[in-house]
Design a protein around this ligand. Sequence first.
Ligand code: 0A1
Ligand code: ZN
Length: 859
Amino acid sequence: MRTETPVSVQLSDYKPYPFEIEQVNLRFDLDPDATKVRSELKVRRTGGAGDALVLDGEGLTLRSISIDGQALDASCYEQTDKALIIASVPDVFTLVTEVEIAPSQNTALSGLYMSGGRFCTQCESTGFRRITFYPDRPDVMSAFHVWMAADKATYPILLSNGTPGETGELDDGRHYAVWDDPHKKPSYLFALCAGDYDVYRDSFTTMNGDEIALAIHVDKGDADRAAWAMDSLKRSMTWDEQTYGRAYDLGVFNIVAVRDFNFGAMENKGLNVFNSAYVLADEATATDADFEAIESIVAHEYFHNWTGNRITCRDWFQLCLKEGLTVFRDQNFSADMRSRPVQRIKDVIRLRARQFAEDAGPLAHSVRPDHYGSIDNLYTATVYEKGAELIGMLRRMIGEELYRKGMDLYFERHDGQAVTIEDFYKCFEDVTGEDFTQFRLWYAQAGTPEVTVEENWKPETREIEITLKQKTPPTPGQPVKKPVPIPLEMALLDEEGNLAEWTTILEDEDVTLTMEMPDTVTEPPLVSVNRDFTAPIRLNRSLTREQRLAMVRMETDPFNQWDAVQTLVKDEILALSEGSQAEPDDALVTALAGAVEQAVDDPAFAALLTRLPEVGEMFLERQPADAVALNAARKKLQSALAAKLSGFSAETLGKPTPAPFDPGAEQAGIRALRTAMIVLLGVSPDAGAADTLRGLYNNATNMTERLAALRAYTVQKGGKANEALADFEQTWKDNPLVMDKWFALQATTGDAETIKTLAAHPAFDLRNPNRVRSVVAAFTMQNLAAFHAPDGSGYQAVEEIILKADKANPALGARLLTAFEQWRILEPQAKAAAEATLKRLQSAGLSSNAADIVARALG
Ligand code: 0A1
Ligand code: ZN
């Protein structure tokens, strides 16, 4: 089979669509094997008189086509594998097409497909063209009216966007429903769901006094597990009113949970579709991390209603306009619901692990790229997470008040429009009177800027001179970079606290600041840079271990204090992995354990202090990267920390876990520290650790601790924990989300053989993205020593699975392949094996999405 080659799309080629679609009337006759879709489009020419009408359409069987009631002769239109072209059309007309599709055959999970015997859709970014012929691009916004019919017994609930209208009975046991969406929207926000669900209902009264009916649709028997998602939704609605002055704008808000879904969730207008992993939770089946993810994803999708739906993107190059901004909004929501410093640390961990790696490798691209091969591959950490950081920097530079003013102006000026990053920044230029041209370079330049800090203390004059220099490394296609404005929150510290605090915006290549200290200061003060991680940069500082230890002691910024620990620990792991040091330094382990014990009143923070950087985070520090050596070194240090904290651990775990269970931040913090101690027990040299863990597993009252104990027990037993794993499987074999955890636990603690065993398990299902990810992505992203094994066994273990997954579902295949992005920086043996695997994959017949990733990875 031949691998498809993607065609590159250029931002500079953008042209407005030459027609307006004033109204869309859709009629769905739903049948899993043969669904009929009738589309009636009210079209008006807005472009040139000679422009042909070109509609996107893929995999559609055209049954009829007419203009203004007249059937079109075959000579009047052309149907290709991607489009329907009608060369000559009037200026104003009604186009009716009838097509047939087979949702049961749709394994790509894009367009209309079946999941768990129910109909559902996924249209972002190009799924609508797999449902009907349409200008499937975000700048064509229209009012949608939907009529749908299906067998009533099998599909008693029929949902679409907007508000429900007429319903009724038809012949042959079928029934119908009508939905109207008063808000104009692009086709990617269209949704339709039909099936038999249990429904968890509630209501919300907006700040305008409107009563909204809220409903979460889940699998039969799962309704109680939707309570947390509903609670999160109501809190999100309140937060958006209070923080951004934005209220909900329809009488109903529906969520549908589906088992087979390529992403986390989708913000379709009035009908959000969610991966069931981000809806269903209770203490017995979900971990605190699950509860946290549900809270933030429910918020994210809800916030899209204003940032994404009411105001959308002109084209897909502007994806960060809705995604970066909405991630920024959901991160702030979570920070308000939980602890702001802890949330910041978690966001930065994620950014560094995913986005920094992306930015440093062959898949690097700017936040607003100027070309792409495959749109599906644009849903990246760079667009989402770095995109959010850019909004964060904007807000810091102009302050909260002007930020809110700019956002208000954005909502007022562009409501109902499809716009660009330039339109967004124009609003901020108008409210501040400032020019953001240089700042917008952040959107155009890929790569993580590196800031080097040099300090010079002059004891005679008590002056401290601080030089800051910036440099962004070259990335594919962008060899030379310009300086970007970098807002850095800074402070000078001594043992008493802060001597000074200020913000520097580093705009040029370098800047030198000189500050004179008062007479009382005789020692060089500590310079604290990028407090609260104000800018998404890498800091380059040559500090001694003593200075770094002093930083851990003296830092007044929680983020920087945590980061100082991380830097020390990273250096230690690197030294151990390179053999320049045989055993962990006892002074360091003691200091680290001391910091954990001191933070006990903020258990969530204390838990973060025990976290050692993951192997992948150290890939960027020293190259070539040796995953096996780094993993062994990390484990050595972790084990030493476990020994040092054994008393503290026994005390922490000796107390009962909080009861009754509450998923909120306070209890979650306590469980986070208990779980951190359980993780350490997994590598503890203590002879009784395995028994303790087995006891913790048996007696756990919640999934957070049960799963952590099972995992640590598996690690402690060197993978030989079959009996406990079988017990877990027996208990949870009928709960797919919990079984995903069972698969992931083994994939992250086992080796290539484990992956082969898991893939042969009867419950392994290539068609279910969650299950595939729980084996393949868990292994490739969280078990790097086994994945990057020098003999290539890790690559071999996933190669076949990825190929098969890609055949059925290109979005999934492509995403799994991104795990290879760092192959070039690996030690020579793994590097050669990875390259050979990529080349084999390239000639094995990949989808165009997957081919795009592999071609770029091979560069
Ligand atoms: N807009 C969604 C993410 C999303 C993107 C593509 C999808 O299918 C191919 C599905 C969801 C979000 O940001 O949550
Ligand atoms: Zn989003």
